[in-house]
Design a protein around this ligand. Structure first.
Ligand SMILES: NC(=O)C1=CN([C@@H]2O[C@H](COP(=O)(O)OP(=O)(O)OC[C@H]3O[C@@H](n4cnc5c(N)ncnc54)[C@H](O)[C@@H]3O)[C@@H](O)[C@H]2O)C=CC1
Ligand SMILES: O=C(O)[C@@H]1CCC=N1
Length: 263
């Protein structure tokens, strides 16, 4: 597979890191007007770093556009003459609809919106994908790429914005919950580095329990909450203070924002 990543900032460089770790390409072009974030890969075999977007497109079959919504339009217009029906065009631009991409490069092109998160750099992304009609026949191939970089789910495009909030922004939300746990642990007497380790490993254990058992979170909560014990005391206080409610309100606020992002 000949892959190009156009835009190698936070997300594009994370995708590059994951692909290079798995070595799942015959060539990888990394194109950006500022290639600083990927210079670390300049000695990797079969990797070309360039600031010529068209050169990257013409040398590749699979094109991953990892640009901000305000930049993607001009870059798509720049490379559109070089995009053929054989290319698979993947876009991670949040809030940028397939119809907008089709309007620039043509409805007959294989277009897939992809919403990964930054855990893609360590092969642990939750990545959602949605294709246009032409792109549907390429969705398995796109899934194969992203399955090597985590877990995937094919969803209708109308759910991509919600998936962005839950999975892409979700990394930030979970980080803040972990950070809050460390602050609590420090207040209870642990050193900062100890608090961090306790919080991260407990978070990892919680997610792993659900992944490996397939259980509902409440089943696992029931195992921990001794009657009249300290866990239910803390959990109920968190709920009195609005834990679930504030999380849900935050997700909805994030969703409303993404639906009103200027594109
Ligand atoms: N950061 C995240 O966790 C996630 C981001 N996204 C989406 O991915 C996209 C990229 O986000 P980030 O990587 O955070 O942005 P970023 O700003 O870090 O990276 C964008 C890159 O595009 C480059 N660029 C701008 N104009 C260019 C041009 N004309 N030619 C070549 N390169 C150009 C910039 O130099 C920059 O390196 C956004 O649309 C965002 O909504 C999606 C999922 C998760
Ligand atoms: O915050 C944002 O707008 C982008 C989309 C998801 C992650 N970063």
């Amino acid at each position: 597979m000949k892959i190009a990543i156009i835009g190698t900032g936070n997300l594009g460089s994370a995708v590059a890191k994951g692909l290079i770790k798995n070595k799942t390409f015959s060539s990888l072009y990394l194109s950006d007007k500022n290639t600083g974030a990927v210079q670390q890969f300049n000695k990797e075999p079969y990797v070309t770093i360039t600031n010529k977007n068209t050169e990257a497109v013409e040398a590749s079959d699979i094109l991953i556009f990892a640009l901000q919504p305000r930049h993607i339009e001009s870059v798509l217009k720049e490379v559109a003459p070089s995009i053929t029906k054989e290319h698979v065009v993947l876009s991670v631009a949040a809030g940028y609809a397939i119809s907008k991409i089709e309007a620039i490069i043509g409805q007959d092109k294989n277009i897939i919106r992809v919403m990964p998160n930054t855990a893609i750099s360590i092969g642990k992304s939750m990545t959602c994908l949605a294709a246009n009609t032409s792109g549907e026949k390429k969705i398995d191939m796109a899934q194969d790429i992203f399955n090597q970089l985590g877990t995937t789910m094919v969803i209708p495009e109308e759910h991509i914005q919600a998936a962005t909030v839950i999975c892409a922004s979700g990394i930030a939300f979970w980080m803040r919950l972990i950070r809050a746990t460390t602050q609590g642990a420090i207040q209870l007497g642990f050193e900062a580095h100890e608090a961090h380790k306790l919080a991260v490993q407990t978070c990892y254990g919680s997610a792993s329990l659900l992944i490996e058992s397939g259980n509902h979170p409440e089943q696992e909560i029931d195992r921990v909450t001794t009657p009249s014990g300290c866990t239910i005391e803390g959990l109920n206080e968190m709920e009195h203070q609005g834990l679930s409610s504030s999380l849900i309100k935050g997700l909805v606020a994030s969703f409303e924002k993404i639906n009103h992002l200027k594109q």
